[in-house]
Design a protein around this ligand. Structure first.
Ligand code: AMP
Ligand code: ZN
Ligand code: FE
Ligand code: FE
Length: 281
């Protein structure tokens, strides 16, 4: 069984619509995928319909933007109640603040690279959670950059003078909200140090106390030694480990199924979930 539990669509910053993501996953020979768009579940309905049609098993999910003392942390939630008021309100607040944040980044960037807010609006699919990848697409459309990767390297990376933070909930609070919504919480790419600062192990322990279930260990942003260290942390805290692609369509190098999750871990996720069922054909 080939199980990939971290995929993005045009509901956030992926380049394919949810149904195209599912069709591409089917063609790539994946058996189970999770749709985990940033701060939104708006792709679930279309992905569910496409999964039933293609025979791919779908785990509806979400990648919640969080922070610990200003350090960005991503939290995957699987199979929560999409209508849970607490979690939905938190995601909505983040989505809303992402708009103002993107506008401020455009103002800063425009001093050096001519760019208007309308360029970003034009690069963002209707209703999508706006993020830096859409600003990247606008820079590419304007001819300033050749690719999202170049735009991140030169302008958008965390720590660049054009970088602006957005609102995000505290990560321990976020774990509690996911659990309260019946979901299963997995910390995304916990040691992706090349992207920016990462949280110390004590924070992962506090998340575990709050109900965190797993760590996404096998991810392309982790070096081999980081994976070894994370497996030790997971064992000590009683967390399972996952592996995923973090697929974004054509917007990133990440290939579907480049990292996989064990079937026994999927069973643990299903057993722990209390709100939404896995979609099976
Ligand atoms: P944001 O959530 O708006 O801060 O944007 C961060 C997102 O940008 C990450 O979650 C990735 O999906 C994406 N990203 C990060 N680095 C790159 C890159 N080099 N090329 C394309 N997308 C990237
Ligand atoms: Zn993304
Ligand atoms: Fe992420
Ligand atoms: Fe992601």
């Amino acid at each position: 069984m080939r199980i990939d539990l971290h995929l993005h669509s045009t509901a956030s910053d992926g380049t394919q619509a949810p149904s195209e993501v599912i069709a591409t996953a089917a063609a790539a020979g994946l058996d189970v995928v999770a749709l985990t768009d940033h701060d939104t579940t708006s792709g679930w309905a279309e992905a569910t319909e496409a999964a039933r049609r293609t025979g791919v098993v779908l785990v509806p999910g979400l990648e919640l933007s969080c922070q610990w003392r200003g350090i960005s942390v991503h939290l995957l939630s699987y199979l929560h109640d999409p209508d849970d008021a607490g979690l939905a309100a938190e995601a909505a607040r983040t989505r809303g603040d992402r708009v103002g944040r993107a506008r401020r980044m455009v103002e800063l960037i425009a001093a050096d690279y001519p760019l208007d807010w309308q360029d970003v609006v034009g690069a963002t699919p209707d209703g999508a959670t706006v993020g830096r990848p859409h600003i990247a697409d606008a820079l590419v459309a304007r001819g300033h950059m050749a690719s999202r990767d170049e735009a991140f390297d030169r302008v958008l990376r965390t720590g660049s003078p054009y970088y602006v933070r957005h609102y995000a909930p505290d990560v321990v609070t976020a774990v509690r909200r996911v659990v309260a919504a019946g979901g299963v919480a997995v910390m995304a790419h916990p040691r992706a140090a090349r992207r920016g600062r990462v949280v110390p192990d004590e924070v992962i322990a506090a998340m575990a106390d709050a109900g965190l279930a797993g760590l996404e260990v096998d991810h392309r942003d982790h070096l081999p030694e980081e994976r070894v260290a994370l497996r030790v942390v997971a064992r000590e805290l009683g967390l399972f480990v996952t592996g995923s692609s973090d697929y974004h369509g054509a917007g990133k190098q990440n290939k579907l199924g480049e990292n996989l999750t064990a079937p026994a871990v999927l069973e643990q996720i299903e057993d722990a979930a209390r709100a939404t069922e896995v979609v099976r054909p």
